[in-house]
Design a protein around this ligand. Structure first.
Ligand code: HEM
Length: 404
């Protein structure tokens, strides 16, 4: 038996609660090649350079055939997250047209009262308890309600689509053949579901993003067929999975830093810089697992070979002391927060303004209303994925809940 590599150990569920010492060791070789041919990039400068390098590809059809098992992809419709320019840019522009500037400059800001109302109701619902799972009661239902509202997905369909999301997320790194099959089946169910929903919105359009996509013509035309369905699937999944982790990791970190939690209760606008530091210190996305290179890329002291898989270790970059002073210190007052948590380059997170707003509102409301909150278990149990990392449950106890 060969020793597990550092990358193997990071993927190993046993290290999910505390991967940081492994990242530190990994950074001693900024560009490391695994035995299976994967290049693992872990230092801030190299990650930043790579994410802005046009030779980096998100299109897995550019992988050499011998890596088909390392990063298996299916033949179904592919969204712009796994597409390269120029096609990526057209699809992203079409998707953004219903979400943000320049076509919808205030769609997200205008949501603030509604977001506050949703969180208020969720916290009201736990006011008779003194112990709850914060994931089940707030961190999950809140972003789900928001993305359903924005897209025009009926919220009562949540049990249906939540069953499809886990197999998709669990197949992001080194999936077994069974996991690949489960992912492909789940994707097909979701594509069928989105197709039916898009058809309904064509005949009965509303004020939601899906209605916009199926009725509105843009200079680039319309999102059609597979492009439409893959985009809807991407937005539904990306629009809540990661934000659940930001809120849960965020609350966990606040409980571990009571002086910071106290500031959130009293200091106006503190939530803005707090959420930036939470994104850096406990990011929701630890790894960009599906990248390759369209030609050789010289990076650091290494050469990433054309067609090889690349894993970009965002969470490690966020803790790189070469670029981030006192990187292991949780410090919401740091002057320049240059975290990598929303990635960079052409695939920079599309939903960042929404994710930030949701986390700011949820964490502030929780801080203001829960009396004497405390963790029941630390560390909490984690979800299986090393890519989208966060607690599966966060059991908390409190004395009472103040009125909103
Ligand atoms: C804390 C919350 C979030 C985090 C940490 C996060 C992180 C990321 C990261 C790291 C990427 C780059 C992926 C890659 O390059 O392969 C990304 C892309 C993306 N995110 Fe987010 N995300 C969050 C919330 C959201 C939300 C709320 C939405 C939708 C409303 C969203 C939609 C997207 C989309 C569509 C892309 C693909 C962009 C492209 O390929 O051009 N994300 N996100």
């Amino acid at each position: 038996m060969t020793e597990p590599s550092l990358y193997d150990q990071i993927l190993d569920f046993a290290n999910r609660a505390h991967p940081w010492p492994l990242y530190e060791k990994l950074r001693s070789q900024p560009v490391w090649q695994e035995a299976d041919g994967t290049f693992v990039v872990s230092t801030y400068r190299e990650i930043y350079a790579l994410m802005h390098d046009p030779r980096l590809s998100s299109d897995l059809t550019n992988l050499l055939p011998q890596f088909a098992d390392v990063m298996p992809h299916d033949d179904g419709p592919r969204s712009f997250i796994v597409t390269d320019p120029p096609r990526h840019d057209v699809l992203r522009r079409l998707a953004m047209r219903q979400f943000g500037p320049p076509h919808q400059p205030d769609r997200i800001d205008k949501l603030t009262p509604r977001l506050t109302e949703i969180v208020t109701k969720l916290i009201d619902k736990i006011s008779d308890n003194q112990e709850v799972d914060l994931v089940d009661e707030v961190a999950y239902p809140f972003p789900v309600a928001v993305i359903c509202h924005l897209l025009g997905v009926p919220p009562e369909d949540e049990p249906k689509f939540s069953a499809w999301v886990d197999p998709i997320v669990n197949a992001l790194t080194r999936p077994t053949p069974e996991q690949v099959q489960a992912r492909n089946d789940a994707r097909q169910h979701m594509i069928d579901y989105m197709s039916e929903l898009a058809q309904r919105r064509r005949t009965e359009p509303g004020d939601d993003m899906i209605s916009g996509y199926v009725t509105d013509d843009s200079p680039d035309g319309r999102l059609e067929d597979g492009d439409l369905l893959a985009t809807l699937m991407l937005l539904l999944i990306a629009g809540h999975e990661t934000t659940v982790n930001l809120i849960t990791n965020g609350w966990l970190t606040l409980q571990r830093h009571p002086e910071v939690l106290q500031r959130l209760r009293t200091e106006p606008h503190f939530a803005i810089r707090l959420v930036e530091e939470l994104l850096r210190y406990e990011p929701s996305v630890h790894i960009l697992p599906f990248r390759t290179a369209v030609s050789d890329i010289e990076l650091g002291d290494a050469t990433i070979r054309k067609g090889h898989p690349i894993a970009v270790m965002l969470a490690s970059g966020n803790r790189d002391p070469e670029c981030i002073p006192h990187a292991d210190r949780f410090d919401p007052d740091r002057a320049d927060n240059i975290h990598l948590s929303f990635a960079g380059g052409v695939h920079y997170c599309f939903g960042a303004p929404l994710a930030r707003l949701e986390a700011q509102i949820a964490l502030t409301q929780l801080a203001k209303r829960l009396r004497n909150p405390r963790l029941v278990a630390d560390p909490p149990p984690y979800r299986p994925s090393p890519v989208l990392r966060g607690p599966i449950h966060l059991q908390i106890a409190y004395d009472s809940v103040d009125p909103a």
